[in-house]
Ligand binder design. Sequence first.
Ligand code: NAP
Length: 287
Amino acid sequence: MSSTRVALVTGANKGLGFAITRDLCRRFPGDVVLTARDEARGLAAVQQLQAEGLSPRFHQLDVTDLQSIRAVRDFLSKEYGGLDVLVNNAGVAFQFGDPTPIAIQAEVTMKTNFLGTRDVCTELLPLIKSQGRVVNMSSGWGFKALESCSPELQQKLRSETITEKELVGLMNKFVEDTKNGVQRKEGWPDDNIYGVTKIGITALSRIQARKLSEQRGGDKILLNACCPGWVRTDMGGPKAYKSLEEGIETPMYLALLPSDAEGPHGQFVHEKKVAKWQFMPQFYPKL
Ligand code: NAP
């Protein structure tokens, strides 16, 4: 087993995940694993980085497929005895105006963005080594969604004591509610499915950080959620105000927090600063 340090990025064949992987290859003192759900797209991305003189490794990873996640877990255990940096970047979003029924949009988006990321964490967080760093890609859209929730739901989702099981129950309930056409009645926003999945990511990050502090407090692991801002990618579209290079600044800052850093931990970080659970309209000028 190698004593080399290792960083892994999910959804790394394009967009922010690709740019984060490239920057990790340049700046992280260890191996970098580029993962993608589609092997051909992943290998093409690896080749692109190789052409730039960089040397990422590749592993297939579909965050919605438990077998695929467990294969990555076994690969990391066998080859590195753990994991030093995990960037949970993989995500999907339907474009505004997409005619796909709301219930299907909710199911698909939740499956990848929240449930998939949670499954990756369940399998890989136990591998995180001391002084490890975990970055969960959330979004300011989560704040907008949270503010549109009923006061009862907001209280539950903002709670400092909500458990992972309760959070998963709420996210699954959202999908069920959209299937039954009662999401608005049940206190959810009905026009911001993506945002609800990202509420889940931010709340999950708070829960996971709390657990790490309780169970492995001495290990100085730092786990945070972040928003990269509005970035020109396939998801963000051409009108977004940030370039890829600007968009990766906050996730890279969190992935490479120095070994003696005491924080941030369990926070939502935006523009490299801890942000409150509130929407930031200035970053979404079209709204
Ligand atoms: P993107 O260009 O659409 O890239 C998304 C990546 O996720 C792709 O590599 C995609 O793979 C991968 N992916 C999707 N489903 C997956 C699955 N089941 N398993 C593994 N990988 C999967 O999007 P992006 O803008 O770079 O976004 C990256 C992250 O940042 C997302 O979590 C997004 O929500 C978040 N974010 C983006 C913005 C923005 O303005 N762009 C703002 C806030 C937050 P395929 O190529 O195979 O589809």
